[in-house]
Every structure is written in C-alpha cells, then in structure tokens.
Design a protein around this ligand. Structure first.
Ligand code: HEC
Ligand code: HEC
Length: 221
C-alpha cells in the first residue's frame, strides 16, 4: 500500500506528460491544416478584385469563374504563370494580367494553400454567352475532346486535362483561340499546353468553337 502511494504521483505525472506530448502533436496537426486553410482564404483576398470573393469571375477583365476548380489544376496553372510558361506572350493580354498575381505568391506552400481554397469554393455556373449548334458540338466533343476531358467534360487528372463543364464559355473560347494562335501552349516547357494545342486546331473556325461551347453549356460542373 505504502509503495503504491509513493508511485501514484509518478504515474500521474507520467500520464500527464504522455497526454501533453500526444495532445500537442494532435493539436499541432490540426493547427497545421487550419493554418493552411486560413492562409488560403487570406491569400485569396488578392484574387478577389478580378475573380470576385466567391470565385465567380469577371468577364470585364477576362477573369474566369475559378470557384471549385480542382486544386491540382489551379496549382499547375499558377506555377506556369510563375515560371512564365503561360501568360508571357506579348499578345496574351489576359495572361499578362494574371501572371503578376501568381508571381506575387511568396512560396510553393502559398500556391498550394490558395489552390486548395479555390477548390473549396462552391462552383458557380453562368448562363451561356455564346450561341451555336449544340448537337454538332456534342458530336465534335465526343469525337475529339472527351478522350482527355471526360465524357461529361469533368476533366481527367491522370491526363492533366481540366474540367470544362461549367467553366465560362467566353473564357474557354478565348483559350481555344489562344491555343490555335500559339499564344498559349507554345512554350517548350509547357507539356500539357503542347498536348492541347494540336487538338484546338481540329476546331477549324469560329463556328466549330461556338458549337462545342454551346454543347459544353448544356453540361453541369
Ligand atoms: C488583375 C486581375 C486578376 C487577379 C488579381 C487574379 N487573376 Fe487569375 N486570372 C485573371 C485573368 C484575366 C485570367 C485569364 C487568363 C487567360 O486568359 O489566359 C486569369 C486566370 C486564372 C487562372 C487560370 C484558370 C484556367 O482555367 O486555366 C487561375 C487558376 C487563376 N487566374 C487564379 C488566380 C488566383 C489564385 C489569384 C490570386 C492569387 C488570381 N488568379 C488573381 C485575372 C486575375
Ligand atoms: C490529348 C488530350 C486532350 C484532348 C484530346 C483535348 N484536350 Fe483540351 N486540354 C488538354 C490538357 C492537358 C489541357 C491543360 C493545358 C494546360 O495545362 O495548360 C487542356 C486544356 C484545355 C482548355 C483550357 C481550359 C482552361 O481552363 O483554361 C480548353 C478550353 C480545352 N482544353 C478544350 C478542348 C477541346 C474543345 C477539345 C476538343 C476539340 C480538347 N480540349 C481536346 C488535353 C486535351
């Protein structure tokens, strides 16, 4: 009994220290991810002037609705803007508008945090701004584009092909024109852009672009 009484405080101390070590490490993990989420939200304040606080975008400045875009794709594009493999061409007015914003992110951790915040925002789908033959666009899309972008335009991370469903039609049409003209996807280090470029040429004229856009407008994100 006497022995037990002597040991009891030590056992308690041991228990407390275990609890402290374990408790702190758990709190540490929790704090890490909470911090990243808070950091992402904080960083996004610099994006809101163009992409809006809800990520719904602003056609006036050519900024698309990025809300709900997958973090892997947002991160990849931010890194391309930072490295100058996107948004460097002298004719790429919108890309050059976006590039300094990506460059202003201080670290890879910040890029990751803001990308995750973008993915966490609920998607916003706008009414179509372009008209075209959705039936012809449907055929074209499933003949050429769906193999990479998915049969419902949902995207395919394995092929680094982003979701197109629900993304602003005026923005996607602009990107197709940029790919066709070599304003995007022309840098030797832009592997995915170089993969996409020849695909854009399949859409031979504005009608073909509008038709695919009219079809994509029927899909939900
Ligand atoms: C000064 C306005 C402006 C600000 C601020 C801005 N952007 Fe942009 N962003 C644009 C424009 C314009 C485009 C379209 C570029 C193009 O047409 O190639 C764009 C494109 C993007 C894209 C590419 C989307 C896609 O589908 O490929 C991502 C991702 C993006 N912005 C994220 C951000 C993030 C994150 C921030 C904040 C760190 C930010 N932007 C701040 C104007 C802005
Ligand atoms: C071989 C695979 C492949 C095919 C087929 C393909 N794409 Fe792409 N597409 C990609 C990849 C990869 C990207 C991402 C490029 C990057 O990272 O900049 C992309 C990007 C895009 C973008 C830019 C999206 C954005 O948010 O900025 C548009 C628009 C697009 N594709 C439309 C199409 C259309 C329309 C077709 C059919 C005519 C098509 N793609 C066929 C692989 C493909």
């Amino acid at each position: 009994m006497r022995e037990n009484k002597k040991l009891a405080p030590r056992q308690i101390m041991f228990g407390i220290s275990l609890l402290l070590v374990f408790g702190f490490s758990v709190a540490g993990c929790g704090l890490g991810s909470t911090n990243a989420a808070m950091r992402g939200q904080e960083l996004f304040q610099n994006c809101a002037p163009c992409h809006q606080a809800d990520g719904s975008g602003n056609p006036q400045v050519g900024a698309p609705n990025i809300a709900g875009m997958k973090a892997w794709y947002v991160q990849a594009q931010l890194q391309k803007f930072r490295a100058g493999t996107r948004g460097m061409h002298f004719s790429d007015v919108e890309g050059m508008r976006m590039r300094p914003m990506a460059v202003s992110l201080a670290s890879d951790d910040d890029v990751k945090a803001v990308a995750q915040y973008v993915e966490s925002l609920p998607t916003v789908k706008h009414a179509p701004t372009l008209t075209g033959d959705a039936h012809a666009g449907d055929n074209q899309f499933h003949l050429v584009c769906a193999s990479c972008h998915g049969i419902n335009g949902e995207g395919n991370p394995d092929l680094k092909a982003p979701r197109l469903a629900g993304v602003d039609d005026w923005y996607l049409a602009t990107q197709l024109r940029k790919f066709k003209a070599g304003i995007r996807g022309n840098n030797s280090k832009d592997m995915e852009g170089r993969l996409m470029r020849p695909m854009s040429r399949v859409l031979t004229d504005e009608d073909a672009i509008r038709n695919v856009m009219a079809y994509l407008d029927t899909l939900n994100p």
